[in-house]
Design a protein. Structure first.
Length: 201
């Protein structure tokens, strides 16, 4: 049975709608407010920042811009906007040790979205390492974290991203939840106006 002109128009309309949706997502990501890069601002400064910026490839800059936006939304508690940076199938894993045994918790990007927003926190990433292989990228970044301006924990964030068209999307965010000496406080010391930071780390 040959498709009718009406069915062909319907198919074209559906394809156009999908294309427009993809463009809208790409524009939303591309125009997200990056501000001063969190990854650099909290680990480098002055001439060091300029030298680090100059040493990055265009792909590394693009990847770190997405991760920077993710860090901004994590700190501000905008979980819906965080999920906008992810693919629909993306997953978030948290891992820690309880009573000497590994414990893991997983949630999907849709689950993250429906949690809504939460109060802001202080999460400081530093010494970020980014590796890009074609359309795949990984960012490894130690961090420390404060809630209610009190020390909570430290660990490592690992972002895995895939390139879709000209945009990079997060497909996985895994992070450890630990205490020193298993992880380290930010090299600049305690966050301003906070309490409870472990000493001598």
């Amino acid at each position: 049975m040959r498709p009718t002109s009406h069915s062909r128009r319907s198919d074209r309309a559906r394809r156009s709608a999908r294309t427009l949706a993809a463009i809208a997502i790409a524009l939303a990501i591309a125009t997200a407010p990056f501000g001063v890069p969190v990854l650099y601002a909290q680990s480098l400064g002055g001439q060091q920042l300029a030298r680090a910026g100059a040493s990055l490839s265009a792909s590394q800059r693009a990847v770190l811009s997405v991760v920077d936006s993710a860090m901004t939304f994590i700190q501000s508690g905008e979980m819906t906007r965080l999920s906008d940076l992810m693919t629909p199938e993306a997953q978030i894993y948290a891992t820690t040790a309880r009573n000497g045994s590994p414990a893991h918790r997983m949630r999907t990007a849709p689950q993250q979205r429906i949690t809504g927003n939460r109060p802001p926190i202080i999460e400081r990433g530093y010494d970020a390492e980014v590796r890009v292989a074609g359309t795949m990228a990984v960012v490894w970044m130690p961090y420390d974290l404060y809630t209610d301006r009190k020390w909570s924990h430290c660990g490592v964030d690992v972002f895995t991203l895939m390139q879709e068209g000209t945009s990079w999307r997060i497909v996985n965010l895994s992070y450890t939840v630990e205490q020193p000496p298993a992880c380290q406080v930010h090299p600049s010391g305690p966050a301003a106006g906070t309490t409870g930071t472990p000493k001598g780390r």
